[in-house]
Design a protein around this ligand. Structure first.
Ligand code: GDP
Length: 426
């Protein structure tokens, strides 16, 4: 029996989706435990290329049960669209291989509006939201001002609850933001068009997981985004609105008694960051353009160009600790093949001139400067390498340098986006 979490070590987009897709072969159940449809896990396999936003990445494997846990922001509209997109490409999704927790809270139609309206109000102080309604959703969840998926089975109570929420939310929409109010007709339409479609997937996933645990099934816990976006430990306020850490997996998944035995931390061979906020090792100009193009670094959900930089060992060490990673998957090593010399951010220089190798309080990041060292490049295509010995020495040295700096074994090295473009080093 294995309980494994696959998590991001940095700012997200590290390649978690491809790792979950690869590792699900050995698991019976895959659970998404936090976040919503605001990010995209890119998976390339025999069905084609997909950007999964809410569906767990085990959805492609026959025999794997996929669960959306109580910790996710369950957006019925996005989820239903995603299910249909996959079905069109031949991926079979039914209540046997997809189960939604009856304790998951629903992202309501006004959450997206609230996100947009608040970013507009903030103007040049905006957080860089993907405008999928995630921050308003989580703040309403913790105010107990949204509804649980299981309430769809109690229509009378549901209507009464929705109309209370409607009255409250319209006060905010009209009086704070001067926006249009919602009506009960609009909510009914949303219930009929989207919620009714996802209803057959809703069940007591806690009971299912407990059974799975008792029958010693292997469970994979899938996170969204990375450690530096964690609401409590990340680059506040440029974080997401949930806990992205492996420690949250048992709670958000719906199996609070689970002991996570393995944590695969996913790290990209260089850094990327989407949206606003401090990004100490950011590269600019031609060098940044070149790296962005080489790595095709554009947001899976929004198409936004990602900010890029060398690997940041200060942030990566911090993320590895936060995630309690037991092993690391280093992705996209092939992308660096074009570089003569490979920059690595080893320290930060703080505003007072001191060198820091520990990740500081978010405010100190604003003035921090990256201290860069250069390692030798390998100047050849490595995308066909499938064994450690097939990597050129300079590429091996790069991997070993990172491994030493972060103090955690790098057991997977990916050299291409396809499922089998991987070196397993165990
Ligand atoms: P996630 O949200 O952490 O799953 O990451 P994303 O899906 O946003 O970003 C990873 C991107 O890199 C996707 O487009 C993947 O297909 C691609 N990718 C993953 N691993 C590799 C790799 O080893 N090499 C290359 N060239 N691309 C990769």
């Amino acid at each position: 029996m294995k309980n494994c979490a696959i998590v991001g070590i940095n700012w997200g987009d590290e390649g978690k989706g491809r790792m979950v897709d690869l590792l699900t072969e050995n698991y019976d159940v895959v659970v998404r435990y936090q976040g919503g449809g605001n990010a995209g896990h890119t998976v390339i396999n025999e069905y084609g290329k997909f950007a999964l936003h809410l569906l767990p990445s085990g959805i492609f494997r026959k025999g794997v049960v996929n669960i959306l846990g109580n910790g996710v922001a369950l957006d019925p509209e996005n989820l239903w669209e995603e299910i249909q997109q996959l079905a069109q490409k031949g991926v079979f999704i039914n209540p046997d291989n997809l189960k939604i927790s009856d304790r998951a809270s629903l992202l309501l139609p006004w959450h997206r509006d609230m996100d947009e309206l608040e970013e507009q109000r903030l103007a040049d102080k905006k957080y860089g939201s993907t405008k999928q309604g995630i921050a308003p959703f989580y703040s309403d969840k913790y105010q107990k001002k949204t509804i649980l998926a299981g309430e769809l089975f109690y229509p009378d109570e549901l209507y009464a609850h929705l109309s209370d929420l409607l009255e409250w939310k319209n006060l905010i929409l009209t009086k704070v933001y001067n926006a249009k109010p919602y009506t009960m007709d609009m909510l009914e339409c949303w219930l009929n068009v989207y919620c009714s479609k996802i209803k057959p997937f809703i069940c007591d996933t806690g009971a299912f997981l407990k059974d799975a645990q008792q029958s010693k099934k292997n469970i994979l816990f899938e996170a969204q985004l990375g450690a530096l976006r964690d609401i409590d430990y990340g680059i506040h306020p440029y974080t997401t609105s949930s806990n992205t850490l492996a420690a949250y997996a048992p709670i958000g998944a719906g199996l609070p008694s689970a002991q996570i035995t393995d944590v695969v931390g996913v790290v990209k061979a260089y850094s990327t960051c989407v949206g606003e906020g401090p990004f100490v090792c950011e590269m600019f100009g031609k060098d940044a353009e070149e790296l962005r193009e080489a790595g095709a670094e554009y947001g899976a959900k929004t198409g936004r160009p990602r900010r890029v930089g060398p690997i940041d060992l200060v942030a990566t060490r911090y993320g590895t600790e936060l995630q309690s990673a037991t092993e690391i998957a280093l992705t996209k090593l092939d992308v660096l093949s074009y570089m003569e010399k490979i920059p690595v951010c080893t320290h930060y220089q703080l505003a007072d001139g001191t060198a820091a190798d520990c990740f500081p309080f978010p405010y100190a990041l604003r003035e921090a400067k990256p201290v860069i060292s250069y390692l030798e490049g390998w100047h050849c295509d490595i995308s066909d390498a499938r064994k450690w010995e097939e990597l050129p020495k300079a590429a091996q040295d790069y991997v070993l340098f990172i491994e030493q700096a972060i103090g955690c074994p790098i057991t997977y090295i990916s050299v291409g986006p396809e499922r089998d473009s991987i070196i397993i080093r165990k």
